[in-house]
Write a new protein. Structure first.
Lengths: 217, 610
């Protein structure tokens, strides 16, 4: 009895291993670059990490094909290299000799890519599924482009400054005009009084007037 | 004595203090060329060796011209047209030529400032918009044009300029460029609104801020990896280049354009000075500070370029490392940048054909360092790419573009002054129109003309203006300036002027330069320049996505009508010199013939004066 069970297990293992080969038609190659991503905090790649990978992938398959309950044993891994790269295939939970098709596996991985990445603290570039392209992030499109906001602020300040300076120079000019008007009025009355006091006719000679304005020279 | 207040001449505006005047002159001289032209020339002409022709040109050509302009403006206390008119009416055309050149230069120069503003507005985003390619229309991949070239190039040529494949295709007005241009002119207007009162205050900021930013960049840049490679590359002297006459020509033209003489702006600035001001010391200060700034600016620029080259080299190596690691399934990070050479040699020995099949890129630091650029290419392509790699990119980008803007703005002040002061001096506008309105009208007209540069082909036109307006006409004007002051006004009178202003006569060095060395140098430079330009049909680089060797720029010759415009741009400013001389000669001949008909008994001395 015991021998039969052992034989069956070995057979199934052999069958399973037989399913997973490099360049398998339904398999994918995975490549991890842990040291590149994490540098000082890089973890060792060992059996436990491999177990986590298989578990995460089973989770991804469950999320995609909801009717079937994938187990860790359904994810078969082979051809591990020191690079940390390996091939994997996914077998169906109902029958271990049937592989899940490439497209389904790809869909599953695509859907849960973020979760798979975070389980390993890696990114799309450092945890590569060869053949499955990462979906490009949709560009963030704000309603108003930020540059217009900065432009608005700068132009607002400049425009306000222009108006302020123009208004202040107009006000200054008005004040100056009022002051010179007052001065001219004063001068005219003074000139008139002198003219009234002059003896005869003649051209009035300004140089000898008492007006203190000219002493500025 | 008459009524002084009504004598007709208002009091001339003057500087609040000496510092304002010096800062304005320094700001005018120190411009974008100090940052993006001088380091490039230093690099291509054998680094430290270029300093020799540069310093010789400064001492024998730059400083004498500078001193001459500052002295004559301060003595005669008028803008450029007034000064030349009073030396001799025959050369009144010199001032008009200066004004026209100032106007044309200010138009395209402010367009460059509009581009700087555009980049400044875009530096407030994370990530910076020129760091990644945009997606294509159906969101499946990146934009094709961007993929083939680089995101930085794409942002500059497509999203900023939206450039057409050649100068004949004009394209349409780019609205975003129009509003940036409008804001640039508004900033110029607000600084000029009260003449030199407002400009003098603005210059405290615009002339000093670039030095602050350059120092910050210097400190940051020399701590970047690869900075020393860049500096070594820049300053390693290659004495062989001194044998090439092109180097001497470029040094002379660089000094000449860098000091901004012959624009009329310096004459205008010094005309607002007190009468007895030591203009010799001012000229020496401005000239030396200008050259020192060029040198000072080239250190952070080249540190950053060295950093960029090192980053590019490392990226190239990392690409190769990734290919090797993936192909040979070697453990991650076993091959590093440091031991790449040993690994590569080892793998090449054991599996040569496999390594060959990988098509690894040839990575050479020298090739990356050789990717030099000057002008807008340096600021908007090379530097922006370097800034992406620096931590805290937004801060560095903002600082850099604000620095460029203040450098350009302080030079714009000189250009606008070269146009406004003659208008005010010649009393071309009636008194009732206030100065603010005249400035506004000038800014508006310049803005409207500059709309040409916001078309799709605008960048090509800026290149045309840059190469041809700001070169030959200035050399001709400067040559006539020296002749006018030294030979027509006379060396003796000019020495007396300087004695009156500074208290001592110019020494033998200045006299020798003014009378012989500088005019000869100018003439040689002018003739050589014209000959070299005339030898080849002028060509230009175009950004053509349909070119087979895109992203390389396609070189095309200028079409004939553009060539005609180029000739016009060179000739129109200087044609006023002979035209006005001719016109004044005819007037003089007519006057002398009409004077001969006066009554010999008519004694004008006892006529009743009004």
């Amino acid at each position: 009895m015991l021998e039969k069970i052992i034989l069956l297990l070995c057979c199934s293992c052999a069958v399973a291993q037989h399913l997973c080969t490099p360049d398998a038609s339904d398999g994918y190659k995975v490549r991890l670059s842990i040291k590149t991503a994490l540098e000082g905090q890089a973890y060792e790649w060992n059996e436990n990490e491999m177990f986590l990978f298989r578990a995460t992938l089973a989770f991804a398959m469950r999320n995609h094909i909801r009717e079937q309950k994938f187990e860790v044993s359904n994810i078969i891994v082979c051809n591990e290299t020191p690079r940390v790269s390996f091939w994997f295939v996914v077998t169906s939970p109902e029958s271990t000799s049937v592989l899940i098709g490439k497209e389904d596996v790809e869909e599953a991985v695509r859907k849960s890519r973020n979760r798979i990445n975070s389980a390993f603290l890696l990114t799309d570039k450092t945890l590569e599924f060869i053949g499955i392209l990462p979906t490009l992030a949709a560009p963030v499109d704000p309603d108003t482009p930020p540059w217009l906001i900065v432009f608005g602020v700068v132009m607002g300040i400049v425009g306000a400054g222009i108006i302020l300076l123009l208004v202040s120079s107009v006000v200054q000019k008005k004040r100056k005009n009022e002051m010179t008007d007052d001065e001219e009025n004063c001068e005219e009355t003074r000139v008139k009084t002198v003219e009234n006091g002059s003896v005869g006719e003649g051209v009035y000679n300004m140089s000898f007037s008492d007006d203190e304005r000219f002493t500025q020279m | 004595m008459g009524q002084t207040k009504d004598s007709g001449s208002e009091e001339r505006p003057k500087w609040d203090n000496k510092a304002q005047y010096l800062l304005t002159c320094i700001g005018f001289a120190v411009g974008l060329g100090n940052v993006w032209r001088f380091p490039y020339l230093c690099q291509i002409y054998g680094g430290g060796a270029f300093l020799i022709p540069y310093l010789i040109a400064l001492v024998f050509e730059g400083l004498p011209l500078l001193y001459l302009e500052l002295a004559i403006g301060q003595r005669l206390r008028m803008g450029s047209i007034g000064v030349w008119n009073s030396i001799t009416p025959l050369l009144g055309g010199l001032g008009i030529a200066s004004s026209i050149v100032s106007f044309l230069v200010s138009i395209f120069y402010n367009t460059i400032l509009a581009w700087v503003l555009w980049y400044f507005f875009h530096s407030f985003q994370n990530p910076l918009p020129w760091s990644q390619c945009p997606l294509n229309d159906n969101l499946t991949g990146y934009n094709v044009e961007c993929e083939k070239s680089t995101p930085v190039n794409y942002f500059w040529y497509r999203e900023t300029l939206n450039i057409t494949p050649d100068i004949e295709t004009s394209g349409s007005l780019q609205w975003w460029m129009v509003i940036c241009l409008a804001s640039a002119w508004c900033v110029v207007y607000i600084c000029f609104i009260k003449g030199i009162e407002s400009m003098g205050k603005a210059v405290y900021v615009t002339a000093t801020f670039p030095y602050l930013v350059l120092t910050i960049f210097l400190i940051r840049a020399i701590t970047l990896p690869g900075a020393t490679d860049g500096l070594v590359y820049l300053f390693t002297p290659d004495w062989e280049t001194l044998k090439n006459p092109q180097v001497w020509l470029d040094a002379a033209t660089q000094i000449f354009f860098s000091l901004s003489v012959a624009f009329g702006g310096l004459i205008a600035f010094s005309s607002y000075n007190a009468e007895r001001n030591n203009c010799e010391r001012d000229a020496l200060l401005v000239g030396i500070i200008n050259s020192a700034t060029s040198l000072y600016a080239s250190i952070p620029i080249f540190s950053i370029l060295g950093f960029k080259a090192t980053t590019g080299y490392n990226a190239c190596l990392k690409e190769n490392i990734m290919s090797l690691t993936n192909y040979f399934e070697i453990s991650d990070q076993n091959i590093t940048v440091e031991n790449y050479k040993q690994w590569f040699d080892h793998l090449n020995e054991t599996f040569p054909d496999k390594v060959f099949s990988l098509n690894l890129r040839e990575c050479d630091l020298q090739t990356f360092l050789d990717q030099s650029a000057s002008g807008t290419g340096l600021a908007f392509v090379v530097f922006t790419e370097a800034v992406i790699e620096m931590p805290g990119s937004q801060v560095w980008a903002i600082l850099f573009f604000v620095m460029l803007f203040s450098l350009g703005l302080s030079s714009m002040f000189g250009n606008i002054e070269g146009v406004l002061t003659p208008i005010n001096d010649l009393k071309l506008v009636p008194k009732c129109i206030p100065n603010e309105l005249v400035t506004a009208i000038l800014c508006l007209i310049s803005f409207l003309v500059a709309l040409v540069f916001t078309l799709g082909s605008g960048n090509y036109w800026v290149e045309v203006f840059n190469s041809y307006v700001g070169s030959v006409p200035l050399l001709i004007i400067a040559f006539f300036e020296i002749i006018a002051v030294i030979y027509i006004r006379g060396m003796k009178t000019f020495s007396e002027d300087i004695y009156f202003m500074t208290g001592r006569r110019p020494n033998i060095f200045w006299k020798a330069c003014w009378m012989v060395i500088s005019p000869v140098m100018l003439l040689v430079v002018l003739v050589a320049y014209v000959i070299i330009q005339a030898q080849t049909h002028p060509t230009y680089h175009t950004w053509n996505p349909d070119y087979e060797r895109f992203p390389q720029t396609q070189v095309k010759p200028y079409p004939d009508w553009v060539f005609a415009i180029i000739l016009l741009l060179c000739v129109v400013p200087v044609i006023s010199i002979p035209l006005v001389a001719f016109y004044k000669l005819i007037c003089r001949v007519r006057n002398s013939s009409s004077r001969a008909n006066l009554n010999p008994y008519c004694n004008g001395g006892f006529q009743a004066d009004t």
